[in-house]
Design a protein around this ligand. Structure first.
Ligand code: FDP
Length: 322
């Protein structure tokens, strides 16, 4: 096997503060622990419902709770972390670390509906600078362009970690001896694609521009786009975005009329923002309404939802003009 750069060696070589490297190394180690529980499945009692609902009124799976506990415990014990926020926790937690410098926001187990069927799930993480060592909730409400790092781990056929510190995007694969080794040094999203991802079962609820865009894709070579499209939907944002980072495509979770007062299904702070930074750092586009960059949305609430349309730049532009 060729000598591959480890995540630690990669972090050491980056021109970012040492404290940020510590946050990222701590997060990556917690992802290994989560992966171990995911792969234990029924053998370690990790499948099924927890019996509780989260702040968004969604039924929590046992693995949502376990993954949240692993990340929260690891990060609050990290001396340079000032506070954490999670999809699975109502409010933010201050770490009470006097040297805390960073805020870490996460979806500990993205794609929960895939857990019990042994399909890919993952962990999504956003890192912000903390305005103070004793942060309150409003300190977390920073626009995505303030993120200093974003990463996800995807627990699939291989376990991978994909990271940006605003200097491009690099991918690491977990080795059999538990080390993250660089396998994808320069992840880039191709500008053009013939692949789209959307939950088609919601079609009747979409707004007109999304209807038109998808109708154009479905019409294939005979329609206005003049080419045939393929469709994919893993039902875990982390895995759908991973596919786009590996080979291009677009991913949409638009506003729809099922719950007209909600702007979308996905959450801004720990799904939209970190994925948008990774996609944009890899040369793609990440928008809310087809026009506004997700990274420019000014957050008003911790668990705020947003519509998402991201991926290959030229294809995202088609959604805008659809
Ligand atoms: P899930 O609810 O299973 O955690 O985070 C929300 C999310 O998954 C995304 O990961 C995924 O892309 C989407 O919801 C799946 O939505 P559908 O149930 O509409 O397929």
């Amino acid at each position: 096997m060729t000598d591959r750069l480890s995540l630690d060696a990669h972090l050491n070589g980056l021109d970012v503060p040492a404290a940020l490297k510590t946050v990222l190394a701590t997060t990556a180690a917690a992802c290994v622990d989560i992966r171990n529980v995911v792969s234990g499945g029924a053998l370690v009692g990790a499948l099924g419902a927890s019996g509780a609902v989260n702040v968004q009124d969604e039924e929590q799976k046992k693995l949502d709770v376990i993954a949240n506990d692993i990340l929260t415990e690891a990060l609050l014990a990290c001396p340079v972390v000032a506070g954490v926020a999670s999809e699975e926790m109502d409010t933010v937690q201050s770490a009470t670390n006097p040297s805390g410098e960073y805020l870490v926001l996460f979806d500990p187990l993205d794609g929960s509906s895939n857990i019990d069927i042994n399909a890919p799930v993952g962990t999504i993480v956003s890192v912000l600078k903390a305005p103070s060592a004793t942060p309150v909730e409003t300190d977390f409400l920073q626009a995505g362009h303030h993120q200093v790092a974003a990463l996800y781990a995807v627990y699939g056929g291989q376990t991978m970690l994909v990271l940006t510190t605003r200097q491009g995007v690099a991918g690491f694969t977990l080795s059999s001896d538990g080390r993250w080794l660089m396998t994808h040094p320069d992840v880039t999203v191709p500008t053009h694609t013939k692949e789209f991802a959307i939950n088609m079962s919601n079609q009747r609820h979409w707004a007109e521009p999304v209807q038109r865009y998808v109708a154009g894709c479905l019409a294939g070579a005979d329609g206005p786009r003049g080419k045939n499209f393929n469709m994919r939907w893993v039902a875990a944002m982390v895995a759908d975005v991973h596919r786009i980072l590996m080979r291009g495509g677009v991913f949409l979770y638009p506003w729809d009329a099922r719950e007209p007062n909600k702007p979308g299904k996905l959450r801004l702070m720990y799904e939209g923002n970190p994925m948008a930074l990774l996609i944009e750092q890899a040369g793609g586009k990440a928008t809310t309404d087809g026009v506004q960059s997700i990274l420019d949305v000014i957050p008003t609430e911790l668990h705020q939802r947003i519509p998402v349309a991201l991926g290959s730049a030229a294809e995202v532009d088609q959604i805008v003009s659809a």
